[in-house]
Design a protein around this ligand. Structure first.
Ligand code: GLN
Length: 185
């Protein structure tokens, strides 16, 4: 299985390590020519505004959007979720806008910028969840499956080929969410 990991900025190496431990080949997507035929795509955490800007500057945006719209299975965490979201309630700049949800960036404020918890993930059970200046999902359209809710806020969704998470499963030992992603390819 060949998985492309967006590697222009942010926490991509951690995702690669998990995928490699599960027997996948990872292709780091750093420029347009890296975007080849892939079985899956990972959009990592980091800074969504910087990632979006780089995707345009490096002329990678349209190819990746086409790939996502074309149905390639996509796992997006934190900033990656923001890139997928159709709407960002506290920012005018949306990116791929392929996931019909509204997210709020940096939604937990400064005080609670980063935290860990353990909560239920649909079909898996309790998993550790690490949040780092995370968004949460304020609204979902019909057809969006809710995978996880923490403190009454939606933090995990699935829509067609896209999985969007507010937290960082790549930073925890448990690889069950990555396995869930792989098994669905
Ligand atoms: N706060 C970041 C943003 O708005 C996301 C943080 C993360 O990916 N850990 O893009």
């Amino acid at each position: 299985m060949r998985i492309g990991v967006l590697a222009v900025q942010g926490a991509f190496i951690e995702h690669e390590k998990v995928m490699q431990s599960l027997g996948c080949d990872c292709v780091e997507l750093r420029q347009k020519s890296d975007i080849v035929s892939l079985d899956g795509l990972i959009l990592p955490g980091g800074e969504s505004t910087v990632q979006n800007k780089l995707l345009h500057e490096l002329d990678m945006f349209d190819s990746l959007k086409g790939m996502i719209k074309g149905g390639v299975r996509t796992l997006a965490t934190c900033a990656g979720l923001i890139l997928l979201a159709e709407r960002i309630s506290n920012d005018k700049r949306s990116a791929f806008a392929t996931l019909p949800v509204t997210v709020k960036r940096n939604a937990y404020g400064r005080q609670l910028g980063s935290f860990r918890t353990r909560s239920d993930f649909k079909g898996i059970g309790d998993v550790d969840m690490t949040f780092i200046r995370a968004p949460y999902i304020e609204k979902v359209a019909d057809g969006v499956k809710i995978l996880s809710v923490v403190d009454q806020k939606i933090v995990g969704v699935e829509y067609k080929n896209q999985i969007g998470l507010s937290f960082h499963p790549e930073l925890d030992k448990d690889d069950s969410i990555h396995r869930y992603f792989l098994e669905s390819i």
